[in-house]
Write a protein that binds this ligand. Structure first.
Ligand code: 0X9
Ligand code: CA
Ligand code: CA
Ligand code: CA
Ligand code: ZN
Length: 425
């Protein structure tokens, strides 16, 4: 498949030229300042490399230097120390998305929209909490179903978005699904029957800290990972989609180096955001039976439908036999037909170890897909497509999303083996 553009990681790393990574001198992993909440500050009077080193020496992360001003991410103590060195320190205004992209939802706007929907559709929608991100942001968990307060015996499906900070269009996708299932209920018969016959879980924002950091100061920072300090505070961020605990770090599909874009973390499930989704999924295992049958993990960009495994190029592996592989390929192919994406096993893109879909499938038997959304080339905006495409590019995945929800009762229907696998007895 070499003809295809492979925008994903390779192109991602060249983005911010002004970025200066300053390793943190006297940082200690037990230093209590790392327990404090970080924020962005603007530092005035930053002219020379010596200025940057002095500022970096406090432990603050220098995000960018422009026109004599540095934007840093710092704890309150670090900010005080920078001020103590004689620099002018102000809190960076949180301006949300750049004005031209105001159509995207920042964290506060996302929360407001979810609260509004939960209030408007209390019979079929609940807004719960998955847990808190590293910096303490609430991670919403949405349930949509008839009799929503009751755990009914209905196939469950999970949609999660935004493991990667700069992939903001995936949050829009999750919000689209919330609107689709709520506003379409008792209007569109297909939606009505899915809301009645399934329990739908939506996690719109797996990486709220990274997402807010990526737009801090009204500029994009080309950020991918979460924001927890690693290597004793020298760097920040674990790649959440390399931190899952199945074949973690096995196969050169992630990096052991903490400054890397694909840093897998010091151990599997080191990121609190990933722990929370893992614990939720495990909590859906009832009487030894995982209730979640299917999942879509939304990413951008490349316009792909991907299925397990990512850790090996082999189409089958222990736990993924020929029938399962064919079922993945059949459903993936149908989804791709509906949205015009390219369907393939996830490793045909590149090997990834510690990804969510490998864990969901191998340890929970969840039919898990990754969708890489719009665009399919860096020329169309890469990770930052114009807000004007949101409506079309989220609606484009309506059928793929509904199709998988529909299959959740018995995915083997896709290869006509439902008798063999689903209705024995
Ligand atoms: O590298 C990733 O995590 C995904 N691409 S992205 O540019 N959005 O970062 C692809 C993941 C595909 N592989 C698996 N899901 N295993
Ligand atoms: Ca907005
Ligand atoms: Ca129900
Ligand atoms: Ca249930
Ligand atoms: Zn991604």
């Amino acid at each position: 498949m070499g003809r295809r553009v492979r925008p994903l990681l390779a192109l991602a790393v060249v983005g911010v030229v002004t970025l200066v990574a300053v390793p943190n001198a006297g940082a200690s992993p037990t230093n209590p300042i790392y327990q404090q909440k970080s924020a962005q500050y603007v530092i005035g009077g930053v002219a020379t490399g010596a200025d940057r080193n002095r500022i970096g020496g406090t432990g603050a992360a220098i995000d960018a230097v422009e026109d004599g001003r540095a934007t840093v991410t710092a704890t309150p103590d670090e900010a005080r120390r920078i001020a103590g060195l004689g620099y002018r320190v102000t809190r960076a205004e949180t301006e949300g998305f750049p004005a031209a992209d105001a159509g995207y939802h920042d964290y506060a706007e996302m929360m407001a929209e979810l609260d509004k929907a939960a209030k408007a559709y209390p019979k079929i929608m609940r807004k719960l909490s998955l847990g808190k991100s590293y910096e303490g942001r609430d991670m919403p968990l949405i349930k949509i179903s008839d009799n929503v307060t009751v755990d009914e015996n209905e196939p469950e499906i999970l949609y999660d978005a935004h493991q990667h900070a700069r992939e903001h269009i995936t949050v829009e996708m999750a919000l689209y699904l919330v609107r689709l299932f709520t506003e379409g209920y008792n209007k569109d018969p297909r939606i009505t029957s899915l809301v009645n016959g399934r329990e739908i879980w939506i996690v719109p924002d797996m990486n709220p800290d990274g997402g807010e950091y990526d737009i801090a100061g009204g500029r994009y920072h080309n950020w991918r990972k979460n924001r927890q300090p690693v290597s004793g505070g020298a760097f920040r961020g674990i790649d959440l989609n390399r931190n899952w605990g199945y074949q973690w770090g096995c196969c050169d599909g992630s990096s052991p180096v903490s400054s890397s874009e694909t840093y897998r973390g010091p151990e599997a499930f080191a990121a609190p955001e990933i722990q929370h989704l893992r614990d939720f999924v495990l909590s859906r295992r009832i009487g030894g039976v995982q209730q979640i049958r299917a999942a879509i993990d939304f990413h951008s960009y490349s316009e792909l439908v991907l299925w397990p495994f990512g850790f090996t190029m082999r189409p089958t592996a222990p736990g993924l036999g020929a029938d399962q592989q064919q079922t993945f390929a059949a459903i993936g192919g149908q989804m791709a037909k509906s949205n015009g994406y390219t369907p393939e096993q996830s490793s045909s893109l590149y090997i990834t170890d510690g990804s969510i879909i490998d864990w969901l499938w191998a340890t929970q038997g969840v039919w898990a897909f990754t969708l890489e959304m719009y665009p399919n080339s860096p020329g169309k905006g890469g990770f930052y497509p114009s807000a004007s495409v949101i409506a079309a590019q989220t609606a484009r995945n309506k059928d793929a999303s509904l199709l998988l929800a529909d299959y959740a009762d018995c995915p083997y229907r896709a290869i006509a083996k439902q008798r063999q696998y689903c209705y024995r007895g």
